[in-house]
Ligand binder design. Structure first.
Ligand code: URA
Length: 446
């Protein structure tokens, strides 16, 4: 069987067998299948889709394309979370220490920015000194000693995803349901999670734009996970507008730090509390001060306990411990004013009185990429300082008067700033009548 035959079969709408999918993935990881054939394969899948059976084969082939991690020598039960990607999504920076501070270990392999969506590793690297390249031994030691570790995917774990993820980013093949499901689930399976909380985003700033598509992705991933013996929960979170106010690496770190101090934007805080609560619930942990019996831990107390970690300083303390363990400069996180900042900061002014009816999150995400905060080409460096910070009134439902700032662009040059302001002006729509803000979470699938 030749690789070109597999590509052609998929291009013509055929259903690939397990053997065909394995051959392609093995060849790609071994360097025998070149990037141009892999790009053609991804494009064929993008247009033709995959059956749930093919997607399961793809996930397994990717998950077992390298080593798999067994973390049970560190903790009896490992919970992981994964976002399907969005704009302003700095959830891991907050949720990791929240959950770890309640005794549930969080060991995460995260990714980089993809298309218009930011990446957790790029955000963490905005903290000077933060190391994402850990060996498996270092990863485990930190998980044991600190309870939270977020590193890059090592070359040994799901290497097929590492290669395909970077390729898809620059070949227009990101927003494909089977490719997203395979990518997310293969890393989670390889990284040794017993339970996975999926944070599936829906809206213009997500890869799934409609609720039915997002639910389909969530259910497909849950089905794959359960088929491989994992406990699964999915939240469908809104991404019609950016999550929180900040989009851009250092700007998002600053917002995560605000949130860890019990402040921060209300929608982002609620999102973090909801995700953390699901992680606690799925771990069925006994949290001191709640039920005495593991397994009877209720949703309400999970939310209360999760929120308390933001208000009583325990999540912040855990965050500092985590960042220090990975080499991050604590002087910077203690004084976020020392994070990289852009030389030019200009407002986008409301063109009229009214209510904000739309802030196209995808356009905000691409603006951040254009400013230099994301990548146009595989391997490009990112500028940590640039991005966009919305005003509360600049979000959907906000009441604005003509001339008031809707947001602020943080740019490296005047030219980049002007282009960003023009693009963002077109991302807004206004209404004369009041507009309801979208729900933060549309649905929880347990
Ligand atoms: N997140 C991932 O890990 N992979 C995708 O393909 C999309 C979002």
């Amino acid at each position: 069987m030749r690789i070109v035959d597999i590509i052609t079969k998929k291009r013509d709408g055929g259903e690939l067998s397990r053997a065909e999918i394995e051959l392609f993935i093995r060849g790609y990881v071994a360097g025998e299948v070149p990037d141009y054939q892999a790009a053609a394969f991804c494009m064929a899948v993008f247009f033709r889709g995959m059956t749930p059976q093919e997607t399961t084969h793809l996930t397994e082939a990717m998950a077992f394309s390298g080593d798999t991690l067994d973390l049970h020598d560190v903790a009896a039960f490992i919970v992981d979370k994964h976002s399907s990607g969005g704009v302003g999504d700095k959830t891991t920076l907050v949720v990791g220490p929240m959950v770890a501070s309640l005794g549930v270990p969080v060991g995460k392999m995260s990714g980089r920015g993809l298309s218009f969506s930011g990446g957790t590793l790029d955000k963490l690297e905005a903290i000077p000194g933060y190391r994402v390249d850990l060996t498996i031994a270092q990863f485990k030691r930190q998980l044991r000693e600190v309870g939270v570790v977020v590193a890059g995917q090592t070359h040994e774990l799901a290497p097929a995803d590492g290669k395909l993820y970077a390729l898809r980013d620059v070949t227009g093949t990101v927003d494909s349901l089977p490719l997203i499901a395979g990518s997310i689930m293969s890393k989670k399976i390889a990284a040794g999670a017993d339970a996975i909380v999926l944070d599936v985003k829906v809206g213009k700033g997500a890869f799934m734009e409609t609720l039915p598509e997002a639910v389909e992705l969530a259910e497909l991933m849950a089905q794959i996970g359960r088929g491989l013996g994992r406990k699964m929960t999915a939240l469908i979170g809104d991404m019609s507008q950016p999550l929180g106010l900040a989009a851009g690496n250092a700007l998002e770190v600053a917002e995560a730090i605000e949130t860890l101090h019990g402040r921060g934007p209300a929608d982002f805080r609620q999102h973090c509390v909801d995700v953390a609560a699901e992680m606690l619930l799925i771990a069925r942990v006994h949290v001191p001060g709640t039920s005495e019996v593991p397994g009877t831990f209720e949703a309400e107390s999970a939310h209360t306990q999760a929120a308390a970690t933001l208000d009583n300083g325990t999540a912040w303390a855990k965050f500092r411990q985590w960042i220090a363990a990975q080499g991050g400069d604590l002087a910077v996180v203690d004084d976020p004013g020392r994070l990289a900042h852009a030389p030019i900061i200009e407002p986008l002014l409301a063109p009229r009185d009214g209510y904000v009816a739309k802030v196209d999150a995808r356009e905000v995400g691409f603006t951040v990429v254009d400013l230099g905060g994301g990548r146009a080409v595989k391997g490009d460096p990112v500028d940590p300082a640039v991005g966009v910070v919305l005003e509360e009134r600049g979000k959907i439902g906000g009441k604005v008067a003509a001339g008031e700032p809707l947001l602020w662009v943080h740019a490296r040059t005047d030219v980049a700033c002007a282009a960003a302001l023009a693009r963002l002006a077109a991302a807004y729509a206004f209404s004369d009548a009041p507009v309801a803000a979208p729900p933060v979470i549309h649905r929880v699938i347990r």
